[in-house]
Design a protein around this ligand. Structure first.
Ligand SMILES: *[C@@H]1O[C@H](CO)[C@@H](O)[C@H](O)[C@H]1NC(C)=O
Ligand SMILES: *[C@@H]1O[C@H](CO)[C@@H](O)[C@H](O)[C@H]1NC(C)=O
Ligand SMILES: *[C@@H]1O[C@H](CO)[C@@H](O)[C@H](O)[C@H]1NC(C)=O
Ligand SMILES: [Cu+2]
Length: 225
């Protein structure tokens, strides 16, 4: 009788412990850029569970954390998240460095890059400044994503150089053919962060606009284009 009660009690105790553990979401701390200006995310990729929070902390220089796609690592995912630019002076103390948080919605891969210097030879993405949450293996590995990024940035930069050389007007229109204009994204990200119910992440900022539901299809919109 006594032992039975004890067993029941300890079963209860462990049941409640594990239900707490199941609900616990983890925070993953990711540095955007090196403390001395290196063009890299630290770490470069993470494994995260649903409801985990990724805290991007912006190190010196002027970086972004912008969602992209595996196939087009250096172009923004339409309706993806974008921190906007965070200029940080070298020597800024750790506590004063800005953060940008996202909540992981599922265990699908999330691909991220820094869009500083996009369409130029100084592209941070082209220097390999990319990051992934739950990257795949082999063909869809982080390593392959980074390779794609360096290759794509080279193409984007040379396309931009060619058109600038022929006519600056056409350089402008060339850039506008890339689905999402960077300028638009900056404005949007500073005023209201949209939340997407059907993508892998939501941003944790408070002002939300409810977007037209683009669902999973939306996540791959740019990739499919
Ligand atoms: C940060 O980078 C963006 C994009 O290149 C630029 O528009 C902005 O002026 C930069 N901010 C600072 C303070 O350098
Ligand atoms: C991100 O999360 C961290 C840790 O909880 C918090 O200190 C920080 O203020 C958050 N940043 C934003 C922009 O919400
Ligand atoms: C989410 O995306 C899936 C796959 O495209 C779709 O079947 C589902 O209806 C979507 N859900 C919402 C709420 O949009
Ligand atoms: Cu950068």
């Amino acid at each position: 009788m006594f032992l039975g009660t004890l067993a029941a009690l300890s079963a209860l105790f462990f049941a409640s412990l594990s239900s707490v553990a199941a609900k616990d979401s983890r925070s993953h701390y990711v540095a955007v850029g090196g403390r001395n200006g290196d063009l890299k995310f630290y770490p470069e990729y993470i494994t995260a569970d649903k409801d985990d929070v990724v805290v991007f902390t912006f190190n010196p220089k002027n970086h972004t954390a912008t969602q992209s796609t595996f196939k087009k690592p250096c172009l923004p995912l339409e309706h993806g998240f974008d921190s906007g630019f965070f200029p940080v002076a070298i020597g800024t103390v750790r506590d004063a460095r800005p953060t940008f948080n996202i909540t992981v919605k599922d265990t699908e891969p999330v691909w991220v890059y820094c869009r500083q210097g996009a369409f130029t030879a100084e592209s941070h993405c082209g220097a390999g400044m990319v990051f992934a949450i739950n990257p795949g293996k082999g063909e869809y590995s982080f390593k392959q994503f980074k390779k794609n990024a360096v290759a794509e940035a080279g193409v984007l930069a040379s396309a931009s150089v060619v058109t600038t050389a022929s006519a600056s007007a056409s350089a402008t229109s060339k850039q506008s053919t890339y689905a999402v204009s960077p300028t638009t994204s900056v404005t949007t990200s500073k005023t209201a962060y949209p939340v997407y119910t059907n993508t892998s992440v939501t941003t944790s900022n408070t002002a939300y606009t409810v977007p037209t539901p683009r669902a999973i299809a939306g996540r791959f919109h740019v990739e499919d284009a």
